[in-house]
Each structure stands twice: as structure tokens, then as C-alpha cells.
Design a protein. Structure first.
Length: 499
């Protein structure tokens, strides 16, 4: 890999007041939980920061931002002449199609899949037969005429790359994209489907800078360091409206204004003229603003649709303060911004380490009697089709002067989570088979005299598990709360008891 480092400049050198960026940071923090940002203008980086414990170089779950990487693989294969955009899906997978394919299925092309124009109203879950299941899903609309956000179609793009090139998505992209634009492929991680494909819909873990480098390729018309990587016509189609979400308006919250600006090739259009973005759930954005010659990369945990749209809204507000030309240096404002960027941090966790009930519950083993107690990165199971980790059957809390060990039985094995109760987060490695992230930061606090809340943050993701344990004599009632807006509905309280 030949990585060319980006030039670093003051914001004023590229026409952005340092104060405008600092104001933007404040609005982000007020509206969501940012993890990392990077701003480039005129090909130069003018701001970069990470909220501890997130850090530069740390990969982060991208969710659907992964789709843009997947579509880029299709674009490279198109540029190399390995496939055509009007190629029929039934011709690529003749062994997977139904015995009597519908006329609409026979019309479905790579182009239609890229722009969420599959013509379907539903999509199957990932399983060992997901390709066959996808192609058996009724195509109720003429492909290309109706927008429906279709994750399985995005992962089908991974399978198309394997079928057309003989290589998996990662291996195909390494020499053709990652090595050429300066992405360290060894640092990337993927979620794989149960039958061995990279989850093109949402399975990639990459850094903020990786994302910016990817979208800079589109901003530069598909050329990097003088070499054409993506055909010019592919870039044009990918970054302009190919389908109109207004055909599915009723499926979107009215607050998500930027989701109704049009959709390209696994890329969303934005409200500012000619702008577009790679977009992953919970606010993983890399925004390209061609008319401002600007790219903004963001990772965060925006836990509601309102928060997601707020991040975009405050970004558009910042654009009102920038200039086409360099502006006078403001040493005081720049020093203040630099200092803030160095000190970024998530809010402190709750501090309530003690309760009289510790004497009664310390070391006591509780057995789950009703419901299912789990921790984990549930999105991985949805994207991969692999079976979730087994339920926890028994647990105990073992308090000390500065923390607590949560010991539990899972799949016949004793495991533990080291919990900080001193107002910090304790580092853990929680390994689950086929899950590419394992770093978990754990903290705990008493919400009242009888309730201990355990928080597990999966550091390389946006996801956080909260489990509240309310003790009543020998019985415990456990409630679960996670910070994402998709996945299973909230579960009933879990019940456990001591012998």
C-alpha cells in the first residue's frame, strides 16, 4: 500500500472560520453522541478529532455506509469490463432463480439493485439459502420504478463480485481500491454471511479517514494519484439521483428530510445542491459537497431518526459561514479549536458505587427463571445469519472497593465482565464466534438502593447494552435497553432467583 498523507492546514486557509467548526462541534454534542470527525476542503484536512475512548486509527462499525464500499467494487468491476450495469440478475445466478421466474424478475439488473430499485416489497433474512430466497421474493413492481431500501440486495452485490471475479469482496478490493487510495486493509474487519460472503449491506469496520478516502475518490471523479479507478460514467450515475424515495414516502419519518433527496448507487443525495453522502445507521456519514470542494466524515451514535437528521441539519448550517476564498488567520480561534479537538471526550458515566444491598447480593448466584438474558452486538447476527450467542443461564455480582466482577454461565462456560464502579469504564475482551469486534467497556452504578445498572459499550461500534438488575430478596428482575432503533422489539422483564 502506498499511502500519501493529506496536507494539514488551518480552517481559515481553506475559507472556514475556526469558530464555525467549534460551534458545529457543540451542536453535534448537543444533538447526538459524536465519536469522530474529519473535515477536508480543497484536498487538505483542516479539522480532525475523536471523542475518547474513541481514537484516531480505531475502526468503527459502519452499518450501511458499508454499502458504498460494496458498490465501489461493482464500479471497479464495471471499469475493468468484468460486468455490465444492465446485466440481468437471472443471467448471473441461473442456478439460484425459481423454476418459473416472473417477468419482472427477468428484468432485474445490476443497475436496479444498486439504486434500491429491486421492485420488491419485502426482503428475506440472511440464511444459508439467502440468494435463492431473495430471487424467490415477489418482484411486484417493474424494476427501477419503485424505491425500497433492500439490505439483502446490497449483500447480493458481494455475491455478484464473487460470481464475476472469483474473489471475495475484500480480496477483490485490496489491490484495486484499498492499496491505491491509502486504506490499510489489514486494519479492516468484515461481518460474513453464514455461507461465506462479506456482508455488503452493513458488515464493514473501518476508520473515519478510510471513509473520507473512499468518498474523495468519488469527489475526484474516480481518479486517485493520476490513475483512473472508477469509470467516469459510473461515478456520475453513483452520485446522482437514480431513484426517487418519494415513491416510498409513507415509509419514512417526516423528520428525515435528507432521505427524500434521491438515491444513486448505494449513495444518498443531500439537500445542498449536487451534494451526496455515504450513510450508515446511527449517523455514520461521509458527505461530499462538490460546490464547496469539501468532504466531511463523521462517526457517531445518533440513536433516533431525529438525531440523525439533526447531524445533517447542523452541518448544513455550518456551510453558511464558509467562504470561497481563504480568510484571515484567527490565531486565537484556531488555538481554541485545536485545544477542543484534543480534549474531546464522551460524557462521564454515572457514579454511584455503593448501596446497602451489596451485603445481601455480593457473590450470590442467581439462576434465570423467565426470559432471556444476553449481551452482544445483535446487528452482527442480523447481517450474518449466524445463530446468536446462547442465553446466559446463571450470574453473580462480586463487588470490590473499586469495581465489580459480573460472572455468568453461557453455553456451559463460565465468563466474566469486569465492571468499573468508580466513574470510569473498564476494558474487556468478550469474544463471540464469527463476530469481528470484541472490545467492550463496562461500567456500573446503583440507580437506587435496590437497582444496579450495568452498561456495556462495544467500543468499535455505536452500540451499547444497558441491563438494570432490580433486587428484591432472593429475586431479581432484569430489564434490557439498547441504544439502537432497529432489531427486536423491547423484551419483557427477565426474572431470576437465588437458591
Amino acid at each position: 500500500m502506498k499511502k500519501i498523507e493529506f496536507e494539514r492546514v488551518t480552517p481559515e486557509a481553506v475559507g472556514i472560520p475556526s469558530g464555525a467548526i467549534e460551534k458545529w462541534l457543540g451542536k453535534l454534542e448537543a444533538g447526538t453522541e459524536p465519536h469522530g470527525i474529519m473535515i477536508m476542503r480543497h484536498g487538505k484536512v483542516c479539522a480532525e478529532g475523536y471523542w475518547k475512548p474513541y481514537a484516531k486509527g480505531m475502526r468503527h462499525g459502519l452499518q450501511s455506509h458499508s454499502k458504498t464500499y460494496t458498490a465501489t467494487a461493482i464500479g471497479i468491476a464495471y471499469t475493468e469490463g468484468k460486468l455490465k450495469l444492465d446485466e440481468k440478475i437471472v443471467d448471473i445466478f441461473p442456478d439460484k432463480i425459481p423454476a418459473d421466474p416472473s417477468e419482472n424478475l427477468k428484468k432485474l439488473t445490476i443497475h436496479d439493485v444498486l439504486c434500491m430499485g429491486n421492485g420488491m416489497d419485502t426482503q428475506p433474512l440472511i440464511s444459508e439459502t439467502w440468494i435463492r430466497d431473495f430471487l424467490a421474493t415477489p418482484v411486484n413492481h417493474v424494476p427501477g420504478t419503485v424505491f425500497m431500501y433492500n439490505n439483502i440486495g446490497s449483500t447480493l452485490l458481494s455475491a455478484i463480485i464473487k460470481r464475476k471475479t472469483g474473489l471475495g469482496l475484500h480480496d477483490y478490493l485490496k489491490p484495486r481500491l484499498f492499496d491505491k487510495i491509502g486504506i490499510d486493509s489489514e486494519n479492516l474487519r468484515w461481518i460474513y454471511t453464514v455461507d461465506g460472503f462479506e456482508s455488503g449491506a452493513g458488515g464493514l469496520f473501518a476508520t473515519v479517514e478510510d471513509n473520507l478516502r473512499l468518498m474523495k475518490l468519488y469527489a475526484d471523479g474516480g481518479v486517485c494519484n493520476g490513475e483512473r479507478i472508477l469509470a467516469e460514467d459510473y461515478v456520475k450515475k453513483a452520485t446522482t439521483k437514480q431513484t426517487d424515495q418519494n415513491t416510498a414516502l409513507e415509509k419514512y419519518d417526516a423528520t428525515r428530510k435528507d432521505n427524500l433527496s434521491g438515491y444513486g448507487y448505494q449513495i444518498w443525495m443531500c439537500k445542498p445542491k449536487d451534494s451526496y453522502r455515504a450513510d450508515g445507521a446511527l449517523g455514520q456519514f461521509t458527505i461530499v459537497l462538490p460546490n464547496e470542494d469539501m468532504i466531511i466524515a463523521i462517526t457517531e451514535s445518533a440513536c433516533t431518526y431525529k438525531e440523525v437528521q439533526n447531524t445533517l441539519d447542523v452541518t448544513w448550517e455550518m456551510l453558511d459561514e464558509i467562504s470561497k476564498e481563504p480568510i484571515a488567520e484567527d490565531e486565537e480561534a484556531y488555538a481554541k479549536l485545536k485545544d477542543r479537538l484534543k480534549r474531546l471526550s464522551l460524557p462521564a458515566v454515572d457514579y454511584a458505587p455503593s448501596s446497602e444491598i451489596i451485603k445481601e447480593i455480593n457473590g450470590v448466584e442467581y439462576t434465570i427463571k423467565e426470559g432471556k438474558l444476553t449481551f452482544g452486538y445483535e446487528l452482527a447476527y442480523i447481517l450474518s445469519g449466524i445463530k446468536p450467542a446462547p442465553d446466559i443461564t446463571k450470574f453473580s455480582f462480586n463487588f470490590s472497593s473499586d469495581g465489580c466482577l459480573f460472572k455468568y454461565m453461557q453455553d456451559g462456560k463460565e465468563k466474566q465482565i469486569d465492571i468499573a464502579t468508580d466513574g470510569t469504564r473498564r476494558y474487556n475482551r468478550i469474544y463471540e464466534k464469527d463476530i469481528p469486534t470484541s472490545i467492550a467497556l463496562a461500567s456500573g452504578a446503583f440507580k437506587d438502593e435496590n437497582t444496579f445498572e450495568l452498561t456495556v459499550r462495544w467500543l468499535e461500534t455505536c452500540f451499547e447494552n444497558k441491563r438494570s438488575f432490580r433486587f428484591d430478596g432472593k429475586n431479581v428482575e432484569i430489564t434490557e435497553k439498547d441504544n439502537y432503533y432497529f432489531g427486536p422489539e423491547p423484551k419483557d422483564a427477565i426474572k431470576a432467583s437465588a437458591k
